[in-house]
Design a binder for this molecule. Structure first.
Ligand code: AMP
Length: 397
């Protein structure tokens, strides 16, 4: 993998694919969270401090029919200027006359921000002539968009072929790849994977792949109840995917054959409504009566899970243990966050990934304590499912 550390950007115009898909306030269109911009700054700074210039390509939202103001990257220009301290030009289109003229005039130390690449339908189709038009704007290609590395789009993947000797990963991408490898390839044991969230169907592939790698798999959140039901338990009105019952049995069987311990929550905080003010009590997770639903793991489960986590040397966490957005059902996720943070302080490597788990880590104040909080949702999941990520493969090839 070529790193930008080994490249001198002096007088070069670097095409940098970033993930500036930042949330905007619906009314004012102001950025409500700029962490994705901050995350790409080290790469941009390295290019500028080498006396190069950066041509920034990104998507924003999911525009369906060409350009739409609410998805315009124009809204992030000012923040890039503030954070980088550099002069930022903006091109109303990511290809064509405007972009070409601005690129020609771009001076070392300056940034050219291109309009949303997804305003052209060719981008998501992975159109190669469109990739070539983007490529014509710069001298080299840097991919720093781990969040879209699982997409074979023009600007995330196909563009790389036009820079056979000048394609590389940015510093954020490098950090993401290294941390994923610390979990999957250079694994210190015991390795515990914590998987939670709403649905079994979203996490089947990752759990199946982890059976070949992990020593312990902790399963919490809504998905745990399909497992409980598959084992013959009563789960009342808890989340359940009946069409996945056989999959759960298969997973448990394979894990047993491989000597992997699967941990399911012994008890649950149950509620009579999906509501923060509902009536609640704690009960065995396989004895939930009709009219009640499991919305968090109980104290015994939290203690069991924390014990496993405390003895682990590698930890991967994807998906909350309960409806942590509501204060009545946040305790389980909070105790797991604390256990992961403590294990990290005792020398474990911990990687937290997926939008909701990252939000939980932040909410419970452990995001700065764990080894790495990934910026990738789908991309990270696909990596842990064992898939090849086209965005990474294209710069490696
Ligand atoms: P995911 O995107 O699959 O990781 O799911 C995250 C969502 O699952 C969060 O919004 C949680 O509120 C939700 N969740 C976690 N546990 C439960 C549960 N026991 N019942 C319903 N939703 C849950």
């Amino acid at each position: 993998m070529n790193s930008i550390d080994n490249f001198n950007f002096n007088s070069k115009k670097a095409l940098v694919r970033v993930d500036f898909n930042v949330p905007l306030d619906k009314e004012t269109l102001e950025i409500t969270d700029d962490k994705r911009i901050r995350a790409a700054l080290p790469t941009i700074q390295k290019i500028l401090s080498d006396n190069g210039s950066a041509i920034i390509m990104s998507h924003l939202g999911r525009p369906k029919n060409g350009s739409e103001d609410k998805f315009s990257l124009r809204h992030v220009k000012k923040r890039i200027e503030e954070l980088s301290g550099a002069r930022v030009h903006f091109s109303n289109d990511c290809i064509g006359e405007d972009a070409a003229v601005l690129s020609d005039k771009l001076l070392p130390g300056e940034i050219l921000l291109l309009e949303n690449v997804r305003f052209h339908a060719e981008e998501t189709k992975g159109d190669i002539p469109f990739a070539k038009k983007l490529a014509d704007l710069g001298d080299c290609y840097v991919n720093d968009a781990f969040g879209t590395a699982h997409r074979a789009h023009s600007s995330t993947c196909h563009i790389a072929q036009f820079f056979p000797n000048a394609k590389m990963c940015g510093l954020l991408m490098e950090k993401e790849i290294q941390s994923a490898k610390s979990v999957m390839e250079n694994t210190k044991r015991p390795f515990t994977a914590i998987v939670g969230g709403a649905k079994v169907s979203d996490k089947v592939l990752i759990v199946e792949n982890l059976i070949d790698k992990a020593d312990h798999i902790i399963i919490g959140g809504g998905m745990a109840y399909t497992f409980k039901k598959a084992l013959g338990g009563d789960i009342g009105n808890s989340l359940c995917e009946d069409e996945r019952l056989a999959t759960c049995i298969e997973i448990l069987k394979r894990a047993k054959e491989k000597g992997v311990s699967i941990h399911l929550p012994e008890d649950s905080v149950i509620a009579d409504d999906f509501n923060n003010n509902a009536n609640t009590k704690t009960t065995e997770s396989n004895q939930i009566k009709e009219g009640w639903m499991g919305l968090d793991i109980g104290c015994n489960a939290a203690k069991d899970f924390s014990d496993v986590i405390s003895k682990s040397k590698t930890i991967l966490w994807n998906g909350p243990m309960g409806v942590f957005e509501m204060s009545s059902f946040e305790k389980g996720t909070k105790s797991i966050a604390i256990a992961v943070a403590q294990a990290t302080e005792n020398g474990a490597y911990s990687l937290i990934g997926g939008g909701d788990s990252a939000a939980a880590a932040k909410k419970f104040g452990v995001d700065q304590v764990v080894s790495h909080v990934s910026t990738g949702g789908g991309a990270l999941l696909e990596y842990f499912e064992g898939k090849t990520l086209p965005g990474i493969q294209a710069i490696e090839a």
